[in-house]
Write a protein that binds this ligand. Structure first.
Ligand code: 5AD
Ligand code: SF4
Length: 474
């Protein structure tokens, strides 16, 4: 029990539970005034880490008395932003205009912005000047303080801004509202120390911090007790997990413990940096059935010269050798990647090296990105930025190659029977459900909704490029 007449506790997470209770009182008052429940909408931009953070925001919002809606015309709207590429930022500004329209009609509406984009001082300046209708702005390092910030916001008419430059704090045991009952992301570390020269992430997510293995295992056991069958271990660079703990632990060691958890059926992880991927990890993947047959291994460029300027710390040959070793140890693995085209100074020859790696590794799928200049990163001030038409041409050629290969690669599983975790009702075809294979491919098949959350065996009858049509066996 929390005594609200006493001052707020200094210790976390107790302090946040105190503010949650205060928030609940404030929302209850507003509900009585309006004669209806209050609604909230959390919109997520960007990566899996942000998706997980949004589940934490929703956990707090629900405890504070808000009902979730997908409609942005709500009483409290939160944008959890991304800034990895320029167009992510532009989308947020565009949509804020729409929110302003809603707010004019619903004056007690509250708007909050958080996430990576808010860690950029220029963005906050622009918001203060041109978007004064925003009520709350906070960053990536103090998201655990959301309950406290919400109370400050609800009690004030001014724009509340709280951005931290960095933190070494990890606050455990706050409420979370999962999107899926049967699968969940689990943060194992925060931040990134790699400083790839094009990337803004280390500046907005701070230095690498790993959670204690006991905390991670405790969280996963609790999730499993709650019906979760699949977890995705999340970090910007999971392969350097545990290096900075008081008692260092490797990622492979952590995985060995995670797969021992009874009732947990599948383990995924994201993202791996090729420079830190150990033989020990390849071995653990090969040994454990529970570890999904999927590895996301960002290449970024196939040119050793560009990789050096990108500060990636591996060469084309080292990458190819690594991919080879992984495929030998785990033959049915699906390899996926991220590739950037148009990095400053990239020549036609460099680009052909990238195409060469794509043809040799034969990715199951690849995310291809046009290089985006991020202020504050070393690459932003490099000479020889590539003209738009040249980049566009390379991008189209790369995409064509990637798609052709993906289709060919997917064909290799056609006709096989695979275990599938059923994720949702198919929205296009009546009577169909959609699930995911261990290798992350998607399959649609006829089946009842009651299968959602279960692992079933499905025959992959037909490959349609990026997905399969299948049928339940047995
Ligand atoms: N421009 C384009 N793509 C980028 N990425 C990161 N920074 C940039 C940038 N400045 C891509 C990388 C990374 C993925 C998450 O986003 O490929 O792996
Ligand atoms: Fe960015 Fe490189 Fe860190 Fe990935 S590893 S988040 S690309 S700096």
């Amino acid at each position: 029990m929390m005594d609200l007449s006493a001052p707020a506790p200094m210790q976390e997470p107790q302090r946040q539970y105190y503010f949650l209770k205060r928030a609940r009182e404030l929302t209850a008052g507003k509900e009585r005034e309006l004669g209806r429940p209050l609604t909230c909408c959390v919109t997520t931009f960007g990566c899996q880490m942000n998706a997980r953070d949004s589940e934490k925001l929703l956990g707090i919002l629900k405890e504070a008395g808000y009902q979730e809606t997908q409609d942005e015309n709500a009483d409290f709207v939160i944008y959890n932003t991304c800034t990895v590429r320029e167009n992510a930022n532009l989308r947020v500004y565009g949509r804020l205009g729409v929110l302003h329209g809603y707010k004019k009609k619903n004056p007690h509406m509250k708007i909050a912005l958080c996430g990576c984009m808010m860690q950029e001082p220029d963005v906050v300046e622009k918001l203060k000047k041109s978007y004064p209708f925003v009520d709350l702005i906070f960053g990536t390092h103090n998201i655990f303080k959301f309950a406290e910030l919400m109370v400050t916001m609800l009690e004030s008419d001014r724009m509340i801004i709280d951005i931290w430059k960095d933190t070494d704090q990890i606050v455990e045991d706050l409420p979370v509202e999962r999107k899926y009952s049967f699968k969940s992301g689990v943060n194992i570390m925060f931040g990134c120390n790699n400083f790839c020269s094009y990337c803004i992430v280390p500046y907005v997510r701070g230095r690498e911090r790993s959670r204690e293995p006991e905390e991670i295992l405790k969280e996963i056991r609790k999730l499993v007790d709650d019906g979760v069958k699949e977890v995705m271990l999340l970090g910007q660079n999971v392969n350097s997990y545990g290096k900075n703990l008081a008692r260092p632990v490797t990622f492979a060691e952590l995985l060995r413990e995670v797969v021992k958890i009874d009732g947990l059926e599948r383990v995924r992880f994201m993202t791996s940096h090729p420079k830190d991927l150990s033989d020990e990890l390849i071995q653990v993947m090969a040994e454990s059935e529970k570890i999904c047959r999927h590895l996301h291994l960002p290449l970024q460029s196939g040119s050793s010269r560009i990789l050096k300027i990108m500060n990636r710390k591996y060469t084309k040959e080292q990458y190819l050798d690594l991919a080879d070793r992984i495929r030998k140890a785990v033959p049915d693995i699906a390899l996926t990647t991220d590739i950037i085209v148009g990095f400053p100074g990239e020549t036609e020859e460099d680009f052909r090296e990238t195409l060469d790696v794509v043809r040799r590794v034969r990715y199951d799928s690849a995310f291809t990105f046009i290089y985006s200049k991020r202020t504050g990163t070393p690459a932003a001030v490099m000479e020889d930025q590539i003209p738009e038409d040249v980049v566009k041409d390379r991008f189209d050629r790369l995409l064509k190659e990637v798609q052709t290969i993906s289709k060919e690669m997917a064909e290799r599983f056609t006709g096989s029977c695979q275990k599938v975790l059923v994720e949702e009702k198919n929205s296009q075809m009546e009577g169909y459900v959609t699930g995911r294979l261990s290798n992350n491919h998607v399959v649609h098949f006829r089946g009842p909704e009651s299968l959602i959350g279960q692992i079933v065996e499905v025959r992959l009858d037909e490959c349609r490029g990026f997905y399969y049509m299948g049928s339940l066996t047995g």
